[in-house]
Design a protein around this ligand. Structure first.
Ligand SMILES: N[C@@H](CCC[C@H](N)C(=O)O)C(=O)O
Length: 276
């Protein structure tokens, strides 16, 4: 089988995007890990599979897979790249697109100047919705990691996030702590571990150790989750500039019950064909 693919990124969070509308694509976890391998495959943090929608009023369906082969519910940088992809490939000429993900319909909008804004939906914080093992819902929870207690908050943006506030995110041991939090037994479906430094009420620095992919240069849902946590803890205002290692995102959240809006850039790197 020959697969046509497009390599894209959102702030260095990189994707292989497959057009499942015009070609037939059969994926399994072993093939995903092979394609995702940075030496023996194409390499990606996530693979995005664009498919036709079977729901009235919804333009496309797209599925998201981590480099370890696991399928996940949501991806912020991926949603922006998806919108650019369907446009560049001539699959739609709409600038506001309704797309079905495993966790509901989201609405990316192509802006003048190349940015994409995505309505990422309403964040969820109840432990069962993360899922996170806790007796009751709290704003923050002590999490015992290898005998040390860390103060975390949990948010689902359609995928699970554990966010903590740190003094200096650059020197923080993200690579050591990230995998321990990702696989912590209180997160039965694993978790994305976010580390946020507050710069001001409208500015943060963020690093995310992603479930199934390791630390990435940027994580869109991680940025949404961190801003939600910062606002709920009274540390941030409703509009926040998020600095990641790959560049900046703007996140807006008007508060409880409201959707999170994410704005940022996308890039197409190259197109190719791989023989399987
Ligand atoms: N890079 C993403 C998130 C991708 C999925 C995540 N690793 C998970 O397992 O939930 C983003 O930009 O949001």
């Amino acid at each position: 089988m020959k697969l046509r693919f497009t390599k894209m990124h959102g702030l260095g969070n990189d994707f292989v995007v497959l057009d499942g509308v015009r070609q037939s694509v059969q994926l399994d976890a072993e093939l995903l890990r092979r394609l995702g391998h940075r030496n023996f495959g194409i390499g990606f943090d996530q693979l995005l599979l664009v498919e036709p929608s079977d729901t009235a009023g919804v333009d496309f369906r797209y599925r998201i897979f981590n480099a370890d082969g696991s399928e996940v519910g949501q991806c912020g940088n991926g949603a922006r790249c998806f919108a650019r992809f369907v446009h560049e490939q001539g699959l739609t000429d709409k600038t506001e697109i309704a797309v079905q993900t495993a966790r509901g319909v989201i609405y990316p909008r192509l802006e003048q100047g190349g940015n994409v804004t995505v309505d990422m939906g309403v964040p969820r914080v109840a432990p069962a919705e993360i899922p996170f093992v806790a007796a009751e819902e709290q704003l923050n929870y002590p999490l015992d990691v290898a005998g040390h207690l860390y103060d975390i908050s949990v948010v689902s943006m359609g995928n699970p996030h554990a966010v903590q506030v740190v003094d200096d995110v650059e020197s923080y041991p993200v690579g050591k702590l990230g995998p321990l939090i990702e696989h912590h037994p209180r997160f039965p479906e694993r978790v994305n571990a976010g580390f946020m430094q507050i710069v001001g009420r409208d500015e943060i620095r963020l690093r995310v150790f992603e479930r199934g992919a390791g630390e990435t240069l940027a994580c869109g849902t991680g940025a949404c989750a961190a801003v939600v946590v910062g606002i709920r803890r009274g540390l941030l205002d409703p509009g926040v500039l998020v600095h990641t290692h790959g560049g900046d995102l703007t996140i807006r959240w008007a508060g409880e019950g409201q959707p999170v809006l994410m704005t940022g850039p996308t890039a197409t790197v190259f197109e190719g064909t791989i023989e399987l």
